[in-house]
Design a protein around this ligand. Structure first.
Ligand SMILES: C[S@@+](CC[C@H](N)C(=O)[O-])C[C@H]1O[C@@H](n2cnc3c(N)ncnc32)[C@H](O)[C@@H]1O
Length: 230
């Protein structure tokens, strides 16, 4: 009953809020991703081996920012190659689950957990990160949220650092209530991602179509100018 009332309130609020705030409200809802955390776990091994690793294998994994790790299925894989992972998520319950599963280190890789406000990375110093990583999370972020984050990627990446972000490509076809879109995808597009990178002096290395059921998402690979000190 309480959930039904909360849902109805959320649907009304989303109708009136500007798109960015509607998106944050929907993504912040306690328990929203809990079922996903269980159901997605089993797909990780194959996604990592066949899609993700071939695209990121030349990254420097010295200090990895994982944006929106959820319960940590990607974090575990990142720890098999990284020295340090900074796991940043909007939801405390997600981070709690991630920490419960992985603790403060896995295979010698240190994990730091940070809850944020859903749009900036103020807890990370400029130039501290060698790789940015986000899989199956930014697909839900509103275009304005993504614009904030891309400016932050440019700030926190070291010169020569690289990024891998899986994001939506529905663009203007998307409803601002992500619950009404296939797989809760947002209004982000590959063209916007490339534009936000350009605006922040990041270089787009490649944009790859990523079929997802009846839709096609995008993976954007990008880099900050310069050479990395490994
Ligand atoms: C579908 S889950 C995916 C988690 C993980 N990437 C995975 O593949 O298992 C989406 C995650 O994004 C987080 N999230 C949603 N909007 C966010 C935002 N604006 N900033 C940071 N995290 C966000 C949620 O809390 C949740 O943990």
């Amino acid at each position: 009953m309480i959930n039904r009332i909360k849902n109805a309130f959320e649907n009304i609020a989303v109708w009136f809020l500007p798109s960015k705030y509607a998106n944050l409200l929907l993504c912040r809802r306690r328990g929203r991703w809990s079922n996903y955390f269980i159901s997605a776990e089993s797909a990780m091994e194959e996604q990592w081996r066949t899609i993700i690793w071939p695209l990121i294998k030349d990254f420097s994994f010295d200090a990895v920012l994982e944006l929106a790790p959820g319960a940590g299925r990607n974090t575990r894989k990142l720890c098999s190659v990284a020295k340090r992972v900074l796991a940043v998520d909007l939801n405390e319950y997600a981070l709690r689950q991630c920490r419960r599963q992985l603790g403060d280190s896995v295979s010698g890789c240190r994990i730091e957990y940070h809850r944020n406000n859903g749009r900036d990375l103020r807890m990370i110093e400029a130039g501290a990160i060698s790789a940015v990583y986000s899989w199956d999370s930014a697909v839900h972020f509103d275009k304005e949220v993504m614009e904030h984050y891309i400016a932050e990627f440019a700030r926190v990446l070291r010169p020569g650092g690289k990024g891998f972000v899986h994001h939506a490509n529905l663009g203007d076809q998307a409803h601002k209530n992500i619950k009404r879109n296939p797989h809760a995808r947002s209004n982000m597009s590959k063209e916007l991602f490339a534009r936000y990178c350009r605006d922040n002096d990041l270089v787009v290395i490649d944009q790859i179509d990523m079929p997802w059921g009846e839709i096609v998402d995008c993976i954007t690979l990008f880099a900050k100018h310069g050479k990395i000190d490994a």
